[in-house]
Design a protein around this ligand. Sequence first.
Ligand code: GLA
Length: 388
Amino acid sequence: MEKNKLYQSFEHVFGYKADSIFFSPGRINLIGEHTDYNGGRVFPCAITMGTYGVVKKRADKVVKAYSGNFPDLGTLTFSLDDLTFKKEDNWTNYLKGMIKYINESEGGIDHGFDLYVYGTIPNGSSLSSSASLELLIGVIVKALFDLRIDRLDLVKLGMRTENEFMGLNSGILDQFAIGMAEKGHAMLLDTTTLEYEQIPVDLPDHKIVIMNSMTRRELVDSEYNTRRKQCEAALSDLQKVVNVSSLGELTEEQFDAHQQVISDEVNRKRARHAVYESARTLRATEALKAGDLNAFGQYMNASHLSLHEDYEVTVKETDLLVRLAWEQAGTVGARMTGGGFGGCCIAIVEKDQVEAFIEQVGTDFEQAIGHPAEFYIAETENGTKEWV
Ligand code: GLA
């Protein structure tokens, strides 16, 4: 992305020059899926696909925002005096949520701004375009209004925007990954304590290939919220016999010993995934630290199977991409990434095999599904920052 082009786009829309540009990455989760709202472990990294924001402060209390991705929407406008969710405000509801919660907790956003946004994360691809935007806004207003709020609070308010403003009861995975990332690393995060460790993911002989199924099932948000409720119901059954405050605190042995107390069979499967996936995430990162990439790949594969069988958040398109990836020479491991119900999968592939991998998986996928998949090579990135 060229800085000048972004500045020019701002000037074209608003008719004067902007002051600064910010960049907020997207994320992939290497392993640890649907564990974050269960107090379990996740292992994401930020990627170079993300969201750019070109901005200048205004003298009044109006925010004007234009997205280069949605030119048909034109410039959307709202006032700081009315930060309520409105459907017609479309993607700028994320801005309203962030501003509202930052002002409630910290104060200090006393003027509006003009903002040109351009994102390179395909929408609905499960690479977290929404958390990318939330953190972008948080970091922009912190800089514009010289706020003292720290990064972790911005991360938490990003999640709050998602939960309370947008109505998706997600965990903290996406905002944490995007806010706290270090290039060249993935984070092993314990979502109960928020303790985390940056682990190098330099893979000299391999690439992480992102495979976009270009599919997103309807009602994703309600399915997601249902999964969360099912886990909560399972936890409350388990709490009759074990003293834990989240599924993430259970070992696999404890779960196996007590699982019969979960009255609903579906809820039992959901909880088993959450418990096993969190344990698997820890083991996978230990393997990676010990230099055993093959073992890491095996854990990725097991994660996908568990998301397919127990958590039921895969769809035929993502199952096919992963199965095709497993069949290719040079694949170390593959799985869906993010919330599921379509979106993207990831595969770790030997460098020399990447071209053939994309060619073969792409051809077979299109033949079976009827539309092409997209492929990107993941490069790790730092967390949200001003582009100086
Ligand atoms: C979405 C949510 C995250 C997390 C993942 C699944 O990306 O936003 O909080 O739950 O799904 O791991």
